[in-house]
Design a protein around this ligand. Sequence first.
Ligand code: AMP
Length: 217
Amino acid sequence: MPVAGLHVIILGAPGSGKGTQAARIAKRLGLRHLSTGDMLREAVARKTELGAEAESYMKGGLLVPDDLILGLIGEELKKDETRGWILDGFPRTLAQAEALERLLAGRGETIDRVLDIEVDPELIVKRLASRRVCPKCKAVYNLDTIKTKVRGTCDLCGEELVKRPDDEEETVRRRLRVYEEQTAPLIDFYRKRGGLVRVPGAGGIEEIFAEIIRVLK
Ligand code: AMP
């Protein structure tokens, strides 16, 4: 098993399964799971100043401005330098990727692996239409593929599940366009930089997880 202290980035379109896989990888390898989407949703729920600024972008399926995101992730990365991390949903623009390089270089740290989960956009629209999330413990389910024991209730904490407002079809299609325009160029950026591994994301969760663990070893 890879050592703790690993620095991993997971790329992939919204709905590619990167959040689900990132949570599993973090658990298996003892890494911190840093999801900018989760951090932002928490800021919105807690009605912080950042949450108020980010909310309208998120609802519209647009990216939150780079400076807000960099402030957020910069603080998190400072917190623990020994355990390692997996970044989920960050970086999402070239400017963010370049800022991350500078931040890590300043501390003598590097990125060990960049995973890119590839999924057909039409499969993503279908998947996100049936995604349900727990607003309390952040667990993610799917009406077709990750069913709960009691319909509509979180297996882990008993909270009532919700559909994310940005999982409505029109917003999903906008998020996919934003991904193609602003985030997909990162694949080339990391390919040139080295350490990029592409993983097919159309299969089952276990199968994809096994492949990721294989490539991380
Ligand atoms: P996610 O849960 O990763 O799909 O993120 C949900 C929403 O949060 C995105 O659609 C964006 O509006 C916002 N967001 C999350 N991470 C970032 C980021 N790195 N840069 C800009 N916006 C982000």
